[in-house]
Design a protein around this ligand. Structure first.
Ligand code: ADP
Length: 359
């Protein structure tokens, strides 16, 4: 009898030991799952109808980092939870802000019972989608103008016999083609600049780059009767840059300075080394139409023009300053504007000085 009792006792002890090991394993499994859920960039709320227990990861408690907004989202989640989920449902919570936020809630029934609610902050994605839609709208609109004009001119040309009229129409057509071409070139340039990586930089001689940029604008300056004066630049001043981008940025600034100046006016280009510690400034100054203070921030946006009708006539794509700003950002620098309407503008492209000082 004693032997049987001992063997049953041993059997019980073995079972207890196995149960303890299994419990440990289940605990560490649960712990691991909890860690995984905390690592997920979504808010996760899980409701077990049997135990009535609600599990939520930290992200779900403060999905927006704004207490008032979080309360609203939590209320929506509770409402979703209270209905019996039989199939997956989505809901968008829009918070007017500012800043405007969009949270996407998804409630999903689980095979094992209960339901899980996922909370995703979709604001950045929505914003990007909006930017992309606006961009496509803008490009289409900008291209429609010259293409539409070409259509009208081509119609007028049909059956026209007067050589003087034909010459005039063809010359206007050629102008419209140039405008569409310039827009496409600027779009390609902007997209290229947005893609370049910092690795593609090398020491660039500022004097040489500025001179190359001014050279590009000379023909336009001569046609417009605007003088471009370049103050002599200290030789051997180097910046770590992508030369092509730098020349393009400076050329865009000089091109604008000429475009928005009257005949007989002049544009000054100079380089200031160390105007502020550790920087090189390329300064382009004109005595042209100037820019109203309210537009100073917006002129760097793609396609933004101060005076749409007038600025379109000047033939600009509206992308020049967006290109300049992007080049500045790519180089760890900035572009500054100071301007008075009717008096003129000064644009400063500020870059980190020295071969090795760029980030
Ligand atoms: P655009 O191709 O139309 O010149 P930009 O992006 O280069 O486009 O410039 C945006 C707008 O900023 C211009 O349409 C113009 O209204 C204004 N602007 C830029 N540079 C000057 C300047 N030097 N003087 C006056 N206005 C300027």
């Amino acid at each position: 009898v004693r032997a049987r009792l001992r063997s049953r006792l041993e059997e019980q002890e073995r079972l207890a030991a196995r149960a303890a090991t299994e419990l440990d394993a289940a605990r560490s499994e649960a712990q691991r799952l909890r860690e995984v859920l905390e690592a997920v960039p979504l808010g996760v709320v899980f409701h077990d109808p049997e135990s009535g227990e609600v599990f939520r990861n930290e992200k779900s408690s403060s999905p927006t980092d704004d207490m008032q907004a979080d309360v609203l989202v939590t209320r929506e989640v509770a409402q979703l939870m209270s209905g019996a989920a039989t199939d997956t449902r989505h809901q968008t919570v829009e918070l007017h802000g500012p800043p405007r936020r969009f949270l996407e809630l998804t409630v999903k029934p689980l095979v094992s019972g209960g339901a899980v609610v996922l909370i995703e902050d979709a604001s950045a994605r929505r914003h990007l989608e909006q930017v992309r839609r606006d961009f496509v709208d803008n490009v289409s609109h900008e291209l429609r103008t010259p293409i539409g004009a070409l259509g009208v001119l081509a119609e007028a040309l049909e059956g026209e016999t007067d050589p003087a009229v034909i010459t005039r129409l063809v010359s206007r057509m050629s102008g419209e083609v140039q405008r569409a071409h310039a827009l496409i070139e600027d779009l390609l340039e902007l997209s290229k600049i947005e893609r370049t990586t910092p690795g593609e930089r090398a020491p660039v001689d500022i004097a040489e780059a500025v001179s190359a940029a001014v050279q590009r604008v000379r023909p336009l300056a001569e046609r417009s009767g605007v003088r471009v004066d370049v103050a002599s630049v200290e030789a051997g001043v180097l910046v770590r840059a992508n030369r092509e981008e730098l020349v393009s940025a400076v050329a865009n600034l000089v091109d604008n300075a000429v475009k928005y100046s009257d005949e007989g006016s002049s544009v000054d280009v100079r380089v200031d080394v160390g105007a502020t510690a550790g920087t090189v400034d390329i300064v382009v100054l004109d005595h042209g139409v100037g820019i109203p203070a309210r537009d100073h921030d917006r002129i760097f946006e793609r396609f933004y023009r101060v005076d749409r009708a007038r600025d379109r006539r000047t033939g600009g794509s509206g992308l020049g300053l967006a290109i300049v700003r992007h080049v500045a950002l790519n180089h760890g620098g900035e572009v500054l504007v100071s301007s008075v309407e009717g008096e003129g503008s000064t644009f400063t492209l500020r870059l980190p000085a020295g071969e090795g000082s760029a980030p």
